[in-house]
Design a protein around this ligand. Structure first.
Ligand code: ATP
Length: 238
């Protein structure tokens, strides 16, 4: 399979607990790919596998280079940024300290100030709160901080795990709008795991439905939106 990020026959799990059973797909450079599926399907595990956090079997290729089994630090240096579910920002540190940490695993750290400005331009609220502790931010602002921190890596691939979790519809909409802009302006490839299928399919060109560790349906966002089963299960229309 050709593509910027190519996943072939990926198996992953936690010790004896096998979670992914031969997942294959590829994502073009600059595309947004949505991963949908029920709780426990393995969506989080898939993103963890893509950033080197869980052991895998199969093949992962990034920009034509095999990167299977690389450590998370190496994947970060190669430009794969992961925004985990639950955000993972450092509560006692200020907003700006959290953002600067995002650049720390980058090989080339010149341009950090430019990158900070860029993140603040995307998220003006973070500029406003840059000297405040991250722990004091609202849920939406913390999610923005988590995405901003990932951007400090100047990622080629952005992995977003349930970005809408716990956020109000309005804040979620704003966040997805910014992710869409980042994708358009920087050609950052995005893989987004999302319970809110409407939102994810609104910015994605392609989507895959994962069930019990296997892809059961793949297509363009429009095809997936039109699929009756998906509509019933994930789009809340009966
Ligand atoms: P959710 O939307 O509920 O997060 P998901 O599709 O992201 O679901 P995963 O979180 O990848 O699914 O979980 C897939 C399976 O792996 C589940 O059965 C879960 O219990 C198991 N699992 C997840 N994390 C671990 C872990 N650290 N150790 C052992 N099993 C785990």
């Amino acid at each position: 399979m050709n593509g910027f990020l190519t996943i072939t026959d990926l198996h992953a799990g936690y010790g004896a607990a096998k979670v992914l059973h031969g997942v294959s797909f590829s994502v073009e450079q600059g595309a947004v790919c949505a991963i949908l599926g029920p709780n426990g399907a393995g969506k989080t595990t898939l993103l963890r596998a893509l950033c080197g956090m869980v052991k895998v079997r199969g093949t992962l290729r990034l920009a034509g280079t095999e990167v299977t089994g690389r450590a998370p630090e190496t994947m970060a240096r190669l430009g794969v940024a992961h925004v985990p579910e639950g955000r993972g920002t450092f509560a006692p540190l200020t907003v700006e300290e959290n953002l600067r940490l995002g650049a720390s695993s980058r090989r080339d750290r010149t341009g950090t100030e430019t990158d900070l400005r860029r993140v603040y331009d995307y998220f003006p609220i973070l500029r406003e709160k840059r000297r405040e502790a991250a722990g004091g931010l609202s849920g939406g602002q913390q999610q923005m901080l988590a995405v901003g921190r990932a951007l400090m890596l100047r990622p080629r691939v952005l992995l977003l795990d349930e970005p809408s979790l716990g956020l109000s519809p309005l804040v979620t909409q704003e966040l997805f709008g910014i992710v869409h802009t980042i994708n358009q302006e920087e050609r950052t490839t995005v893989i987004v795991v999302e319970q809110n299928a409407h939102l994810a399919l609104g910015i994605a060109q392609q989507a895959h439905v994962l069930e019990s560790g296997r892809i059961v349906l793949s297509g363009t966002a429009d095809q997936i939106k039109a699929d009756e089963q998906v509509t019933r299960s994930y789009l809340g229309i009966r």
